[in-house]
Design a protein around this ligand. Structure first.
Ligand code: ZN
Length: 366
């Protein structure tokens, strides 16, 4: 069983340690610990050789003054520095805090680099997929460490077959190979392979590419077919986050219908899929055009509904993307019109300002 440590100053928050734990021999047991002096605590944690460390953001009990004088960032930094010296003792560090603290934390770009993931105490309390995701982080690190010095390590990390290796290697492996520690690889895989579309696709983007409505019938049956045809990603962190290989989906689409799917409307794509597989899928409807005869390319990063490249604009990225395989975010014209992308924490790319102005003042509707 894997061992985790959760550091939080408030005794009542002990229950979150239980909410992160999973029973069983391949499970995770998270123990609760109150913070103490920074360097002593960091050394104590490292000496325990944990498989996971979870930190509250504040690390202070407001009723118990004086405060320790540090937050989660400096402690995580200290743990990361110590881990750089010994690759095989590297472990995931996650932030487990109240949503308000997480929002404050997200304003600090340097501190973000220190954590593999953030989970709000609110979402931990609501159940859901967080337990599997936390365990997936633990197992992913073990896989990175075990294969760290192997010559074919990237194939092992990504769960690639020999044929796939050439294709994925060309894009990703050479770019990622410069990273020096498991936590750096974990961070970039999570941020640029799992969270971004590009090398892999999430379910919304797979369905958008196939022109399928998310809420219609037989969506799960379609995903089962894709799984059977081995389009699903089985590499590290796949137990926590379901993803699909983008290049495999492109291959799969070829020869499926009379024409290439990219040239067909959603209505035509779905009619072909239904005929091929005996399904009752519904075509997705364009939010901008209001009908299903749309040429969808991907899912909007704001509303997650399928959108046409033609009716989407680029979103602003706070940091330039360090990898060529990671795709920029896009916002559909409908979300630009309603302004709803702002609530999702997205901003528009400056280069799109002329078209954005036209969408917002109604000129594109004429
Ligand atoms: Zn949208």
């Amino acid at each position: 069983m894997y061992q985790g440590i959760f550091i939080d100053a408030i005794e009542a928050n002990k229950r979150f340690a239980d909410l992160m734990s999973i029973q069983g021999p391949q499970g995770l047991n998270v123990i609760f610990k109150k913070p103490s002096e920074l360097m002593a605590l960091a050394q104590e944690i490292s000496a325990a050789q944990p498989d996971l460390v979870a930190l509250d953001y504040c690390l202070n009990d407001p009723l118990n003054k004086p405060s320790l004088g540090y937050k989660a960032g400096p402690l995580a930094q200290q743990l990361r520095d110590q881990a750089l010296e010994t690759v095989n003792q590297d472990f995931p560090i996650i932030l487990v805090s109240h949503q308000d603290d997480i929002n404050a934390f997200f304003e600090n770009l340097t501190a973000q680099n220190l954590f593999d993931r953030c989970f709000s105490k609110e979402e931990l309390g609501n159940g859901g997929s967080h337990r599997l995701q936390i365990l997936s982080l633990v197992k992913g690190y073990k896989q990175l460490i075990k294969n760290w010095n192997k010559p074919e390590r990237w194939s092992l990390f990504f769960g690639l077959t020999p044929e796939e290796k050439e294709r994925v290697a060309y894009q990703a492996i050479r770019e990622l190979d410069k990273l020096k520690a498991p936590h750096q690889v974990a961070r970039d895989i999570l941020r640029y392979v799992i969270d971004r579309q590009g090398l892999l696709l999430d379910k919304d983007n797979v369905l958008a590419q196939l022109g399928v409505a998310k809420t219609g019938e037989d969506v799960e049956a379609l995903l089962d077919i894709l799984k059977k045809d081995k389009l699903d990603y089985t590499g590290i962190f796949s137990e926590g986050w379901t993803r699909w290989w983008s290049h495999s989906l492109d291959d799969w689409e070829n020869n499926l219908c009379d024409e290439h799917l990219g040239n067909m409307t959603a209505k035509e794509r779905v009619s072909c899929l239904n005929k091929q597989f005996g399904l009752k899928l519904s075509p997705a409807k364009s939010r901008w055009q209001g009908h299903t005869e749309a040429l969808f390319s991907f899912a909007c990063d704001s509303c997650h509904q399928p959108t046409e490249e033609q009716y989407s604009v680029a979103a602003y990225d706070a940091l330039p993307l360090p990898y060529t395989f990671a795709r920029a975010h896009y916002i559909c014209w409908k979300c630009v019109e309603t302004g709803e992308f702002k609530d999702k924490g997205l901003a528009l790319d400056e280069g799109e300002r002329f078209i954005v102005k036209k969408i917002q003042n109604g000129e594109m509707r004429k």
